[in-house]
Design a binder for this molecule. Structure first.
Ligand code: ATP
Ligand code: MG
Length: 400
């Protein structure tokens, strides 16, 4: 046993009987990936909680800063192991409470004593340590119901454990415990937020980005790489498929009338996304669409675009206002990347008057003049595939 540990509470996944093992395995995998830079950590997964052990306090504090990103964690607490001597416990209690800025806060001590040979009774230990802490911090007052600081002491056979902090986790389910989908990731504000929602719901993602050089440049591509890195910071691993889209986009603009190009381009994107999805074994396609936001996001447009596939298209942001989406993008750390001013392929080719109510028969008629099939195949075949997180570490596999 190491002195510094973190106790992790699972939350929702503990109610899922049969899949529990998969959930716990995925959660462990993600925690290990997020903490891959730390030396000498150990992880022990139990049925209803997990313990991470650290070499020293510094790595425990580093982990404490990373863990709130990992999906599937309800809450977690730093735990300190101390020898079973009352002086040592008091000293550690002071350190723990001091780290929580006790001035003006309420406080109690909760003791569990499973080692019955320990010389002090539960109540005595509670009074001893609690009284000592109260005497030490003049701004602290006792409150038995819902105090700000609840100092837990558990006396077990091998040692005593103390904790005073419960830190909320990201909730949700570990990505990969609920199947796989592909996310159509542009460089915009919406699609990374849509991806975050799916990851949080336990869906593993592969990312698809349409790239149209020379109309879109390397910096536009870099945005997408940076967005992928942020999504991977929750501990999941992601593949990004970069699809060369220029030829197909140009063919659409040659063959179909201006006000239908937007609908038709989207249909080509969805067809390609569906091929990649099939190859990767994913079950659904995710987009960042939100109803009525732009011409391609009316119900009529969605109907005409969606007609190219029977695969479920999931739109987690469909009912959200732009301001809500922006606020979430800020929270998850994608907003500043998304607003970098490099245009993506759609912005550049957007006609001035796209149809907001395209008719499917008309779109299909115009598309009959397209030489699309060969170009779609070529685009799928020539895609570039990158893996995230990009920084790998051999310690990662050793720990699993
Ligand atoms: P976003 O902020 O995600 O770019 P948006 O408001 O700009 O969305 P659109 O441009 O209509 O809306 O795109 C709708 C959805 O289509 C996007 O959320 C994304 O899922 C997908 N999409 C658009 N452009 C691309 C692209 N270049 N590569 C991959 N997916 C794309
Ligand atoms: Mg966009």
């Amino acid at each position: 046993m190491k002195k510094y540990q973190i106790l992790i509470r699972y939350g929702e996944l503990s109610t899922k009987g049969r899949n529990r093992k998969l959930f716990i395995r995925k959660l462990k995998e993600h925690i290990v990936r997020v903490l891959r830079d730390l030396d000498g950590i150990g992880i022990r997964a139990e049925r209803d909680r997990m313990f991470i052990q650290f070499e020293d306090e510094t790595s425990m504090l580093a982990a404490k800063a990373q863990l709130p990103r990992v999906f599937g964690i309800q809450s977690f607490s730093p735990v300190v192991q101390v020898p079973k001597d009352i002086g040592g416990m008091k000293e550690e209690a002071i350190k723990l409470v001091a780290s929580l800025k006790p001035e003006g806060k309420t406080f109690k001590t909760t003791v569990k004593r499973s080692d019955k040979s320990f010389p002090l009774e539960t109540n005595e230990l509670q009074r001893e340590v609690g009284g000592f802490v109260l005497g030490h911090f003049s701004g602290l007052s006792v409150q038995m119901k819902k105090p700000d600081i609840d100092l837990h002491i558990e006396v077990r056979k091998e040692a005593a454990y103390m904790m005073a902090e419960i830190i909320p986790g990201a909730g949700g389910l570990p990505a990969g415990s609920n199947g796989k989908a592909v996310l159509m990731l542009s460089g915009g504000i919406d699609s990374p937020v849509a991806g975050h929602h799916m990851l949080r719901r336990g869906v593993e993602l592969e990312l698809i980005h349409f790239f149209s050089p020379p109309f879109t440049n390397e910096r536009a591509k870099q945005k997408v790489l940076d967005l992928a890195e942020v999504l991977a910071a929750s501990g999941t691993s992601l593949k990004l498929h970069i699809i060369p889209f220029t030829k197909l986009q140009q063919e659409v603009h040659r063959q179909v009338p201006d006000n239908v190009t937007m609908t038709s381009t989207r249909r080509m994107m969805l067809k390609i996304a569906d091929r990649v999805r099939k190859e990767t074994g994913a079950k659904a396609i995710v987009t960042g669409e939100s109803l009525g936001q732009v011409a391609s996001q009316t119900l009529e447009s969605m109907e005409a675009i969606n007609a190219v596939t029977a695969t479920p298209v999931l739109r987690p942001l469909i009912s959200m206002d732009k301001l809500e989406i922006i606020s979430q993008a800020n929270e998850i750390g994608t907003f500043d990347i998304s607003i970098r001013p490099y245009e993506d392929c759609c912005t550049i080719f957007t006609p001035s008057n796209p149809k907001t109510k395209p008719r499917l028969e008309k779109v299909e008629y115009y598309e009959s003049f397209l030489e699309a099939e060969g170009l779609i195949e070529e685009a799928v075949k020539n895609r570039e595939v990158l893996e995230f997180p990009q920084k790998k570490d051999k310690k990662f596999t050793d720990l699993l």
